[in-house]
Ligand binder design. Structure first.
Ligand code: GDP
Ligand code: GDP
Length: 444
């Protein structure tokens, strides 16, 4: 059974290079989603990988241990919650600027917290170890790990060291033969802001069932899962944002936690993103949606409380989904009323289909034939003196499916043509609810 993805929090005074380090650690995903219209990205939460295992990174921004007023106070609260929920803290200091009074304050805070902590001296490119870093030992946080976020030096080994004590499973991968039993189970997370109706929906779905007592709070790394069956398929509901079973019903027993939501998304196959029709799509909805996209998970959208809105409001909701969640256009969209149990059974076929799409197997000969057909129907446009040549394709991964296309001058393939290819592959394999990634590999 897989557990939750670990969480690393970056902490340190302003200007030491936290966001540079954050971008360095999470960059591969960034490139994929960089230019999607409608995608608001919360720059503070990101997803990253180390040797085929995913983890979550939080950039705490300018960290102030002592909360001040208003918005700054709320930010400090969020930051402290994030740090409290993190498995490891990376305390970043500036190797060039040397120790500051603020570093001492933060160190004192971290020592009180008693979390695993790695002291990272950034901007250490071209420095000989020893002399310049010696003063940081004064912070009493053990060994100083030199890195250069700007140049990418030492970052990987620093991460290996930070994550070494944590055991968590690798991602699903096409190159592996997964245990058949494990693959049959669809892991489902119901995600959404507080009060959109997650517990009402889950209780409407499962409340009357005698569920196997399964929600044992095991080690901290174990996700809490509730097994059940629907339409002949086995499912596991992943605990999201503090939903826990109390007797026969689910209740939100903890305050909303971004970190827990992200972890549940990470360990799911399919995420049901629940929206509230009475509110439309809010900034927070868009952030959660952006993270689902980053994570590569399949997604089904459901607008809840459809009973509580009139035709005019329904139209507004549809428009706000188009404007703000346009990047999830591949996801099936449902309108439901959890309270009245309307439309909620129709979600199962969509969830099952989204899972099947995520796990699709695409044989190389079929992919290559489809690629040649697509090129014959419409060749990639010339870019200057170059005409990209697309030669063959193979599947590079599952959940989400990745198609790797090999050829020459592929760096000249534009976004429009990439979208054209994606649409053709989607249609051919009937992919719904899953992102599809296309990687171009040039041989010259
Ligand atoms: P933050 O406020 O802690 O998020 O810091 P930023 O990531 O915004 O970086 C602050 C400044 O330090 C920027 O001008 C960066 O270009 C610079 N910087 C970040 N990492 C490095 C590094 O590894 N070496 C050097 N020389 N400069 C860096
Ligand atoms: P959660 O925080 O996402 O788990 O949300 P809850 O399930 O606790 O629901 C929040 C509020 O929305 C409660 O007052 C519910 O009764 C109400 N609610 C949930 N589903 C519906 C629905 O389909 N229609 C209406 N009108 N209200 C709903």
């Amino acid at each position: 059974m897989s557990g939750f993805a670990p969480v690393i929090a970056l902490v340190g005074r302003p200007n030491v290079g936290k966001s540079t380090l954050f971008n360095r650690i999470t960059k591969s995903r960034d490139a994929i989603v960089a230019d999607l219209p409608g995608l608001t990205r919360d720059r503070h939460y990101g997803q990253a990988r180390l040797a085929r295992r995913s983890f979550i990174v939080i950039d705490t921004g300018g960290f102030e241990p002592e909360a001040s007023e208003g918005i700054a106070r709320e930010m400090a609260r969020q930051t402290q919650q994030a740090v409290a929920e993190a498995d490891v803290v990376l305390f970043v200091v500036d190797a060039r600027a040397g120790l500051s009074a603020q570093d001492h304050d933060i160190a004192a805070y971290l020592r009180r917290l008693g979390k695993p902590c790695v002291l990272v001296a950034n901007k250490a490119e071209g420095m000989r170890e020893g002399a310049q870093l010696a003063e940081f030992y004064e912070l009493g946080l053990g060994e100083v790990v030199p890195v250069s976020a700007a140049h990418g030096q030492g970052v990987r080994s620093m991460l290996e060291r930070a994550l070494a004590p944590i055991v968590w499973p690798a991602d699903d991968d096409a190159d592996e033969t997964p245990e058949p039993a494990a693959q049959d189970v669809i892991r489902l997370a119901v995600a959404g802001r507080p009060n959109v109706g997650k517990s009402t929906l889950i209780n409407a779905w499962l409340g009357e069932e005698r569920l196997v007592a399964f929600d044992l709070p095991g080690t901290t790394r174990d996700a809490i899962r509730v097994p059940f069956e629907r339409q002949g398929r086995r499912f596991e509901l992943i605990d999201t944002a503090g939903l826990r079973r109390k007797g026969r019903v689910f209740q939100a027993v903890e305050k909303f936690s971004v970190v827990k939501t992200l972890q549940a998304i990470e360990s799911a196959h399919v995420v049901l993103l629940l929206l509230d029709a009475t509110q439309g799509v809010t900034e927070q909805d868009a952030h959660i949606a952006g993270f689902i996209l980053d994570s590569g998970r399949s997604v089904v959208l459901a607008v809840n409380k459809w009973d509580a809105v009139d035709d005019y409001q329904r139209e507004l909701v549809r428009r706000s989904i188009e404007a703000r969640l346009g990047f999830l256009r591949f996801a099936p969209l449902h309108t439901v009323s959890a309270r009245r149990r309307q439309g909620i059974d129709a979600l199962w076929p969509s969830i099952i289909r989204a899972h099947a799409s995520a796990m699709v197997k695409m044989p190389t000969p079929t992919l290559t034939r489809l690629l040649h057909e697509a090129v014959a129907f419409q060749a990639p446009p010339k870019s200057g003196a170059f005409r990209p040549k697309l030669r063959y394709a193979h599947q590079g991964g599952q959940n989400p499916p990745v198609i790797v296309i090999h050829g020459n001058s592929l760096e000249h393939v534009g976004d429009a043509y990439r979208r054209y290819l994606e649409a053709r592959f989607r249609k051919a394999f009937d992919l719904v609810g899953t992102p599809l990634r296309i990687e171009l590999r040039t041989q010259d």
